[in-house]
Design a protein around this ligand. Structure first.
Ligand SMILES: Nc1ncnc2c1ncn2[C@@H]1O[C@H](COP(=O)(O)OP(=O)(O)OP(=O)(O)O)[C@@H](O)[C@H]1O
Ligand SMILES: [Mg+2]
Length: 251
């Protein structure tokens, strides 16, 4: 199996507080075609891991490396990493006044493919995705995320994911605050996206999204390190018992 993401011995500190050690020798390998889940207590470093994969300026990598699709991306720009094929769903997507969702989707597709877009077939594709996701087509004409509810923003992100067709999707608590119907939309979107060549990394505290997916591996992240890896049953164990057994091991 081909390794898609290979994180080796990663140490990360906060940009605005160099004494704040967050990731602490983290190792993680995701192969092509796999679905991985990361769970862990609040503050254990899950969002930091997601942001570090994108080389967010908020964090500094002090040791280790991130190999993605055969290339060291540890020091590459977020823009480069996105074009290379990682898509991240942010906890709070930004509002962009003056830019319609349709235009935004066109821009990101163009930036990714570097090809001229056939407008008619592009809108047909967008409309088909919106229909499949049960999104009202009129959203395409609204300003990106402006006045969108939390759930609508998440649906819009799933649409962006489908338009970009990345190699790896990282979802950081995409399910939090979503009603049951919106969760179905996210699950449906992941279903439409997933094939044997691409991979998903889901960060979550709840069973809602992962129960509809075939999960290959579940990791427990505590104090900036993966302390346990298992199959889907490990998530069930955590939902039932919490982290106490793993936290004790660490302390
Ligand atoms: N810029 C920063 N400056 C100082 N500390 C930070 C910074 N960013 C993150 N941290 C700290 O690093 C730790 C890990 O944060 P992170 O957001 O990665 O946790 P998390 O696992 O995603 O938690 P949650 O489940 O609550 O989302 C926390 O203690 C947080 O306060
Ligand atoms: Mg987080």
């Amino acid at each position: 199996m081909k390794k898609l993401l290979d994180i080796k011995n990663l140490y990360t500190i906060a940009e605005d507080d160099h004494n704040k050690k967050i990731l602490n020798g983290l190792n993680l390998t995701i192969n092509e075609g796999e679905v991985h889940v990361i769970m862990g207590p609040n503050g254990s470093g899950k969002s930091t891991l997601a942001n570090t994969c994108f080389n967010s300026p908020k964090y500094i990598t002090t040791k280790g490396e991130i190999i993605f699709d055969g290339e060291d991306i540890t020091d590459k720009s977020p823009d480069y990493i996105s074009k290379k094929g990682i898509f991240m769903s942010f906890q709070n997507p930004e509002e962009i006044p003056g830019v319609s969702l349709a235009n935004f989707l066109k821009t990101i597709r163009k930036a990714k493919t570097n090809e001229k877009i056939n407008i008619a077939s592009f809108y047909k594709e967008v409309n088909e995705y919106m229909d499949q996701l049960g999104m009202d087509r009129s959203y395409a004409q609204r300003e990106l995320n402006v006045g969108f509810s939390g759930g609508e923003k998440k649906k819009t992100e799933i649409l962006q994911m489908l338009i970009l067709d990345p190699k790896l999707v990282i979802l950081d608590e995409t399910d939090s605050g979503l009603d049951v119907d919106a969760i179905k939309v996210v699950s449906k979107g992941l279903d439409l996206y997933k094939d044997e060549n691409n991979s998903i990394l889901i960060i979550t505290h709840t069973p809602s999204i992962i129960k509809n997916l075939k999960v290959d591996k579940v990791h427990i992240l505590i104090n900036g390190k993966i302390v346990k890896t298992g199959d889907a049953s490990l998530a069930d164990e955590i939902f039932k018992n919490g982290y106490k057994d793993y936290i004790n091991e660490e302390n």
